[in-house]
Design a protein around this ligand. Structure first.
Ligand SMILES: N[C@@H](CCC[C@H](NC(=O)CCC(=O)O)C(=O)O)C(=O)O
Ligand SMILES: [Zn+2]
Ligand SMILES: [Zn+2]
Length: 398
């Protein structure tokens, strides 16, 4: 395999069926490529109660500073409706200039381009003036319990320290060069249960339907909006993802109703201040305040999931500038510096060093027929190579 060719490095990775939590040969394939470039590989499997074991890889080239981390994941989401794919989801077939396969953009493609960029830079300029590490998990698309968070603790425990990190998630909405992510909103999930009394729909006076109470409480969760956003972050947003009674009959009033919700929140909130706000809204709407005067108070419980993630924003101007300049030089575009979208493993890395994210175009991620333009693979490899050269020149000079 020619490591300088991202089409070849990506083909090898896509052909490994690494649906979370299966390693599928992907980390072995990647470790082989990195060994060829002189990296020292550390394969480590993490376990936790109630979750599957997951394999991870930490790999370093060099022993001196400055030290740059590239982070990502080789696990992929399931293929979904396999019959609907026009090419095999693990075939890496190229049709009309696009390579098909699960993980093509999210995010084996980002990893493949980074490996090829390194191979090109080393071929062109010789050994790096510092160190580069790849911190790669097999647990990003899953519960994220046996992945990046533990791998960082593991590596830091062995004395590893980083000056900066780049995550290769697909950050571009439409075209390569659109967007660099310089932070992320936080995420908090919750469950709201309203208690009633089961009974016959024709005899409602003998029952207590939990649904009207749930409607009042759920409305209070979403209205008014949490905030309007600010110059750094989009608005915080609460989405109700399910309201369910488990009732299969048409003539039964259910005993209880449970709603699930998730909030993506900006830097105007912490998980704790958000929980307090939501608890207050629910209590007010339950009749604990004045809104249900004359009616009985809604009986409810609200629980928030463990491990919320907080928002973060990277302030390292030279890091952002080096990446942004490389993108502009290679694509002619000025990337937006954004905090939109979901969370990523950058939420763990930010506790160790400044972190930014840039990868492929995310349009087809998680979809049937996930695919990447071969020209984008070439362009991203060029961007990473430019960035690496600039970052090491600049960081090494200080
Ligand atoms: N499975 C993990 C974390 C889930 C992270 C997920 N992120 C994305 O989908 C990335 C999309 C983007 O780049 O905007 C999310 O936001 O839910 C866990 O459970 O912790
Ligand atoms: Zn991803
Ligand atoms: Zn994903």
């Amino acid at each position: 395999m020619k490591l300088t060719d991202p089409t070849q490095t990506l083909t090898a990775l896509i052909r490994c069926p690494s649906v979370t939590p299966e390693e599928g040969g992907a980390l072995t394939e990647l470790a082989g490529m990195l060994s060829e470039l002189g990296f020292a590989n550390d394969r480590v499997t993490f376990s936790d109660e109630g979750t599957p074991d997951v394999e991870n890889l930490y790999s370093r080239l060099g022993s001196e500073g400055p030290h740059l981390m590239f982070a990502g994941h080789t696990d992929v989401v399931p293929v979904g409706d396999a019959e609907a794919w026009t090419q095999g989801p693990f075939s890496a077939d190229i049709v009309d200039g696009e390579m098909y396969g699960r993980g093509a953009v999210d995010m084996k493609g980002g990893i493949a381009c980074f490996v090829s960029a390194l191979a090109r830079l080393i071929e062109r300029k010789g050994p790096l003036k510092g160190s580069v590490s790849l911190l790669i998990t097999g647990d990003e698309e899953g519960p994220s319990i046996n992945g990046t968070e533990k791998l960082l603790v593991h590596a830091a425990g062995k004395g590893e320290r980083w000056d900066a990190a780049v995550v290769g998630e697909p950050t571009n909405p439409d075209q390569l060069g659109d967007m660099i992510k310089i932070g992320r909103r936080g995420s908090l999930s919750g469950t709201l249960t309203v208690e009633g009394v089961q009974g016959h729909v024709a005899y409602p006076h003998l029952a207590d339907n939990p649904l009207p109470g749930m409607m009042a409480l759920a409305s209070a969760l979403i209205d008014p909006p949490l905030d309007a956003g600010n110059e750094r972050f989009p608005p915080s947003n609460l989405e109700i993802t399910s309201i369910d009674t488990g009732n299969t009959a048409t003539n039964v009033i259910p005993a209880r109703c449970t709603a699930k919700f998730n909030i993506r929140f900006n830097d105007q909130w912490t998980a704790e201040s958000l929980k307090a706000e939501l608890r207050a809204r629910i209590e007010q709407a339950s009749g604990g305040g004045s809104s249900r005067t004359g009616q009985e108070k809604v009986r409810y419980t609200v629980k928030f999931a463990d491990r919320p993630s907080s928002s973060f924003l990277t302030h390292d101007a030279p890091l952002i500038e080096a990446l942004s300049n490389a993108v502009t030089e290679a694509t002619g575009r000025t990337p937006a510096l954004s905090t939109t979208g979901g969370t990523s493993d950058a939420r763990f890395i930010k506790d160790y060093c400044p972190v930014v994210e840039f990868g492929l175009v995310g349009k087809t991620m998680h979809m049937v027929d996930e695919r990447v333009a071969v020209s984008d693979l070439e362009a991203l490899t060029g961007i990473y190579e430019l960035f690496l050269e600039r970052w090491f020149d600049r960081a090494g000079a200080h």
